[in-house]
Design a protein around this ligand. Structure first.
Ligand code: AMP
Ligand code: MN
Ligand code: MN
Ligand code: MN
Length: 280
């Protein structure tokens, strides 16, 4: 069977709806041979994902998606092939988790001022042992009838300037890259066209990312188009970064993003799995 790489996905350890084991099973059913579990700011799902991957006969690449900032912009840095027990990574993620918790409380307060009460308590119940994310707030608001789709709820409540928004205080991109590198992983700038940034900003960010030790840029995702793939591949070439691909799957109820499904990488970029031990 040809290899099929999906290097970006979420489980119930953060804002996905499938347990790590169910996610791995679904990936195998969709022909994925190498899956990276990359939950937001946590590696808590990796142990059970690894066990399920051994059962399913696919390779599990230990990953994480770290919330970070650069000059006031928010970025997501995926780490691939990390040692999840490395103290620098463990301590770094604990810091981000504390910031996540503080932001959730500010979001809840901000909603309360609009007489929308008790959202955090419900979001926590939905998240269980996992990280509380804006996705959980969105699911609660949607269930209460505040919007007919996740996208609408995000647009009306959870974006900058909206009633449920609270500004996150994520660590600097350079720190996130350093934790990932210390843990033996490759830092990947996730979905470069998902931030609403101009090309000039993206080029500045890529330059700083390379200086910080970043190794790859995500060139294809489940929502990528031929245009975004071409633009992201141009960033990879210009900054001598490897190219990653991953669906960013969260939820079978959002079937337009499926495990293993994304446009292929262009032939003239270096696939990031060439840099991952034992993955090519
Ligand atoms: P957080 O890291 O807590 O700020 O939450 C960010 C997550 O919200 C992303 O990883 C997405 O899964 C989700 N998200 C952001 N915008 C949207 C949207 N328009 N529709 C659905 N989910 C979204
Ligand atoms: Mn997410
Ligand atoms: Mn992301
Ligand atoms: Mn993601």
């Amino acid at each position: 069977m040809p290899h099929s790489y999906d290097l970006h996905s979420h489980s119930t350890a953060s804002d996905g709806t499938l347990s790590p084991a169910a996610l791995v099973t679904r990936a195998a059913e969709h022909g994925v041979s190498h899956l990276a579990l990359t939950d937001h700011d946590t590696v808590a799902g990796l142990a059970s994902a690894r066990a399920a991957a051994a059962q399913a006969g696919i390779a599990l690449i230990p990953g994480v998606e770290v919330s970070a900032s650069w000059q006031g912009r928010q970025l997501h840095i995926v780490g691939l092939g990390v040692d999840a027990a490395h103290p620098d990574l463990v301590e770094g993620l604990q810091r981000v988790q504390a910031l996540r918790e503080q932001r959730a409380q500010r979001m809840d307060e901000s909603l309360r001022q609009r007489r929308i009460e008790g959202v955090l308590a419900e979001a926590r119940a939905l998240a269980g042992d996992g990280q509380v994310t804006r996705t959980h707030f969105a699911r609660v608001l949607m269930a209460r009838g505040y919007g007919s789709s996740m996208d609408r709820v995000f647009r009306h409540f959870l974006r900058r300037g909206k009633p449920g928004y609270a500004r996150p205080e994520w660590p600097a991109m350079e720190e996130a890259v350093a934790w990932i590198s210390a843990a033996g992983g490759i830092a990947v700038l996730a979905h470069p066209f998902g931030y609403g940034l101009t090309r000039a900003w993206l080029r500045r960010i890529c330059a700083a990312f390379v200086d910080a030790g970043g190794g790859a840029v995500e060139v294809s995702t489940g929502t990528a188009t031929a245009n975004t793939v071409a633009s992201a591949a141009a960033l990879a070439r210009r900054f001598n970064l490897a190219a990653s691909q991953g669906s960013d799957f969260h939820d079978p109820a959002m079937p337009w993003i499926e495990l293993g499904r994304m446009l292929p990488l262009p032939a003239d970029v270096e696939p990031v799995w060439h840099l991952l031990a034992g993955a090519s």
